[in-house]
Design a protein around this ligand. Sequence first.
Ligand SMILES: [Zn+2]
Length: 340
Amino acid sequence: MSESLISSEIDFEAEGKHTGFLRLPHSVHRSAYGRILIPIVMLKNGSGPTTLLMAGNHGDEYEAQIALSKLSRELEAEDIQGRLIILPMANFPAAQAGTRTSPIDGGNLNRSFPGDPHGTPTEMIAHYIEEDLFPMCDYFFDFHSGGSSLYYPATLLRGLGHSPEESAKLIELQAAFDAPYAWVFTSGGGRASTARTAMGGGNRKGAITLMAELGGGGAVTPEILALTERGIKRLLHSTGMLPAYVPDAAIGTRELMVADTIIAYDNGIFEPYCGIEDEVKKGDAAGAIHFPDTPWTPPVTLVFQHSGMVLCKRVPGLVERGDCLFQIAKSLERAGLHTG
Ligand SMILES: [Zn+2]
C-alpha cells in the first residue's frame, strides 16, 4: 500500500461482499479527530479481473451515483467473477453537497490526479485512488454527467488505446456499453501522461479506462438512468465478471470527435438557437447573448465555426465571459489507431 493516510475498512483480498468506508482523517474545530467517511463496496468471488466502478467524482452528477447504489444492493458476491470495487461518491464532500468541487477545499477531483498523500482532502482522495485502487484494477470505469452547468446525451468517452490490443478492447467495451454516442479522444492520453483526470490516472496505472457523460443539468432523467444501469451491467458482462447477465440487442453507437467549442465573450443571458443532438452547419447562428440590464443594447450573436452535431449544451441561462455554451462533434474519421 502507498503512503496514503486514508485507510480502508475493507480488506480487498477478502472473498465475499463487503461494505464500509474509506476513512480520511480530517481534523477540524468541531471534531478534533474527525474522519471523512467515503462509502465503498467490494465483491470478490474467485479468480477474474478487478474492476473499479466510480461515480461522484464530481458531486453534482447523479445518474451513476443512483445506478451504483442499486448495484451495491442488488449484487451478491456469487453473481460476480473476480473482484468488483464500487465507489459511488468518490469526492464525498462534493457529492454530499451536490457540488462539482469540494466545499471543504474547493478541489475538483477530476483535476487533482495524481494527487498528494499529504495534500487537501481532494488531493488525498485522488492519490488514494491512483496509488491504492488503480494498481489493483484491470478495468476502471468513471461515470460523469454534464453536472450543474452542462447537458450531454448518454455518451461514452474513450481514448484510442496505447496498443492494438487495448484499442480492440476499448472498442469492444464501447460496443458493450451501447450508449447512443461515443466521444473518442484522438490525441494525448499516453501512459506517461501528466493528465490530471481520473482517466489519466487509470491510464498511468495500466487499467483499461473508460468514462461516460450521462445527462446533466443537476437533474436525473429516467431515460438516461436506464441507459446507465443497462450500460454498466453490459460492461461487467463483457469483462466476464457478470456471467449470468443476458444483454438485450444492441442499439449501436455513433463515434464522434469534438470539432468545436463555443464560448461566451460577454456576460448576459444566453438564448440558444438549437438543442442537444441537433445537426448544425458552419456559419449558422448558435444563439445570442442578451443584455436586459441595458435592454436597448443589441444582443451579441454567436456563430458555429464547424458543422456537426450538438453534443453538449450549457443549461443555465445566465452566462459569463469564458463559459462553454456548446460542444459540436462530428463523426470520427475512421482512425482506429493507438497512440503508442
Ligand atoms: Zn464530471
